[in-house]
Design a protein around this ligand. Structure first.
Ligand SMILES: Cc1cc2nc3c(=O)[nH]c(=O)nc-3n(C[C@H](O)[C@H](O)[C@H](O)COP(=O)(O)O)c2cc1C
Length: 291
């Protein structure tokens, strides 16, 4: 990861030591502009070039990142010590955003990939091979997992197995087709990965935690594929855990099918759209609060 950053501005804590005054200044200005552009709701792998195009129009960004509901940091700081020791705190302080962040979600390749990820609903037929998949799985096997119970696995579905999935979905829905007709839903990609959550009995790890780990593996899978340049979309539906579909995936009673990841190459037309379109990120304040 260090090599990714070779040509980028040094992190601010090192900047005064490691580069000349002038180039340092230019770098900081660019970074601020990129950040301004990004936090303004323009995001994606294209954010940097957009920022460069519009750099002249962005003058010293001022961001409104005040805490939600108007809570003011100084009010939080002024809260009494007795409040802090009370088991039931009557007033909610809200987060304190008065100190700036040193985290740069544009410059950091991992954070940038996280924040720009998006689902690709129509993928091209080229897919990662099984060895690629193994590497992707290796990369996501770090998923947070209480007591390392490894309560998840993926099943590879390619070729005719997609027709078997279509038949199982039809059986579950009570759909009877004419000879030669087929359920085309599983054919929307050449490769599907089914995610199985497979909790075990454990006195310290409830079942819901193990489902959370499996879901985490699913989200990491999407991120890893995105970072590796593949398109993916997670799909499920009301038929996912019906008997015919569970039978096809050879699930045990305690297991849960978490849906399918439709995987393939990102179509050229979509790649071009990604370079010009912007999709605002949701306001992060809505996801963060205090007790
Ligand atoms: C568990 C799960 C199941 C999903 N099932 C479907 C689905 O069946 N059909 C669908 O259109 N989107 C489904 N989605 C949502 C898409 O995968 C995708 O997240 C959504 O279209 C938003 O796009 P984005 O990921 O680019 O934000 C599902 C998402 C999750 C996490």
């Amino acid at each position: 990861m260090g090599s990714h950053k070779k040509d980028r501005c040094k992190k601010s804590k090192h900047k005064d030591r490691k580069r000349s005054k002038d180039s340092g200044k230019a770098c900081d200005v660019t970074k601020d502009r990129v950040r301004a552009h990004f936090l303004d709701g323009n995001t994606g792998p294209w954010a940097k070039s957009l920022a460069a195009q519009k750099a002249q129009n962005i003058q010293g960004a001022q961001f409104d990142v005040s805490p939600r509901d108007g809570a003011h940091p100084t009010e939080a700081a002024a809260a009494s010590a007795s409040d802090r020791t009370s088991a039931v705190t009557p007033t909610r302080r809200g987060p304190d955003y008065s100190a700036p962040s040193s985290i740069d979600i544009v410059a950091d390749p991992v954070l940038h990939a996280l924040s720009t990820r998006r689902s690709i609903s129509k993928v091209d037929p080229v897919t990662p091979n099984d060895s690629d998949l193994l590497e992707i799985i290796r990369s996501i096997s770090s998923v947070a997992d209480h007591k390392s119970l490894r309560p998840w696995r993926f099943l590879i579905i390619r070729g005719d197995d997609r027709h078997r999935l279509g038949d199982a979905l039809d059986e579950a829905a009570g759909v009877v087709r004419k000879p030669g007709e087929t359920n085309t839903k599983p054919l929307r990609a050449e490769l599907l990965l089914a995610l199985v959550s497979s909790p075990v009995e454990h006195d310290k790890v409830p079942e819901w935690e193990q489902h959370a780990t499996a879901a985490g593996a699913g989200h990491l899978l999407e991120l890893a594929l995105w970072q590796a340049g593949w398109g993916v979309m997670w799909r499920s539906g009301t038929l996912t855990n019906t008997e015919p579909v569970r039978r096809l995936h050879r699930l045990n009673d305690h297991e849960l099918l978490m849906g399918w990841f439709y995987i393939g190459a990102v179509p050229e037309r979509y790649r071009q759209r990604l370079t010009t379109s912007t999709r605002p990120l949701p306001k992060p304040e809505q996801f963060l609060d205090t007790l």
